[in-house]
Design a protein around this ligand. Structure first.
Ligand code: P6P
Length: 315
């Protein structure tokens, strides 16, 4: 009998409470994957005509994925609010505003890959509310360091649809099996290799990097001889880094002086996964998971990967 997402209930101290929420992520992933695969026939590729809070052109599928994800979080009955890359403010789920958990999400990460049929993903992180259940959840409920994350993970929409997640008891990968329309355990206990793999970065920015990162990368490349792979979707680049080893980085630069990637729904969930897989996650000299967030859409530089490579890169 295959192992399904129900297996999460047996993992660590938080598995049983996290299983229903992660099953909700799984339902959203199945629906988003179906929408992506049929988008070209429904005229759903391309821009929605507006900008998100990030000042980025929203794709129609960004908007739809955000709606699907919110609806599935509502249907769990355990989520009181969602902080989304696509929404300026915290979205309170009114009928469950007394529930215990908040979810941070990048509903469709790397959506600029969509019109070239490239891989995209969903990134999520789950925290327990700080406000009393009798009160309305607030943005302050989301501003918790990664050390308070209860569960996190990502969905990779590639040749297969994979849901990779952790409830603090290792990292486990589930692949969607279309024959039975469910996720089945395919990559138990994922661990990042200590050596080998690739460095993964948008090297076209290197002349504008801050913090001497251009020299650091030049030194690391000479020291390790790593090849380079870069997809431009964090989920795909991170998934390869965890499976093959190496380092993924997005330094601060003259255009994004505090970094491009978002702390709450990109860096923290991916840092949580990376540390659970035996790797290292650093930003501006400290562990990503030790940063205390100050704003819902805060951006940070990120350096995530095999400990030896991250240490070699950052000196
Ligand atoms: P660039 C996608 O927009 C994203 O947020 C991440 O998924 C990805 O790692 C990064 O930005 C790509 O940025 O500047 O290389 O296109």
């Amino acid at each position: 009998m295959p192992t399904t997402l129900n297996n999460i209930a047996k993992q660590g101290v938080n598995g049983s409470t996290m299983m229903p929420v992660i099953q909700g992520v799984g339902r959203a992933a199945i629906e988003i994957a179906a929408v992506l695969r049929g988008a070209v026939f429904r005229g759903a590729l391309g821009e929605a005509g507006g900008e998100n809070v990030q000042g980025e052109q929203q794709q129609m599928l960004d908007v739809l994925s955000d709606e699907i994800f919110l609806e599935e979080m509502r249907s769990t009955g355990f989520v009181c609010a969602v902080g989304s890359e696509e929404q300026e403010n915290l979205l309170v789920i009114e009928e469950y505003s007394h529930a215990d958990y908040l979810v941070l999400v990048d509903p469709l990460d790397g959506s600029s890959n969509l019109d070239v049929d490239g891989p995209v993903g969903t990134i999520f992180s789950i925290v327990k509310r700080i406000t009393a259940n009798a009160d309305q959840p607030l943005v302050s409920d989301t501003l918790q360091s990664g050390r308070n994350v209860i569960a996190a993970g990502y969905v990779l929409y590639g040749p297969s649809t994979m849901l990779v997640c952790s409830v603090g008891d290792g990292v486990h990968g589930y692949t969607f099996n279309p024959a039975v329309a469910r996720f089945e355990l395919s990559h138990p206990d994922m661990r990042i290799p200590e050596t080998g793999g690739y460095y993964s970065v948008n090297e076209s920015n290197k002349d504008s990097w801050l913090d001497g990162m251009g020299e650091n990368l030049k030194r690391m490349k000479a020291d390790t001889g790593l090849g380079m792979r870069y997809v431009g979707a964090m989920v795909a680049d991170m998934h390869r880094t965890i499976l093959k080893g190496g380092v993924f980085l997005y330094p601060a630069d003259n255009k994004n002086k505090t970094g491009k990637l978002r702390l709450l729904y990109e860096a923290i969930p991916m840092g949580f996964i990376m540390e659970q897989a035996g790797g290292k996650s650093v930003s501006s000299g400290i562990a990503v998971l030790d940063i205390v967030p100050e704003a819902l859409h805060q951006r940070v530089p990120v350096y995530l990967g095999s400990t030896t490579n991250v240490d070699s890169l950052l000196g």
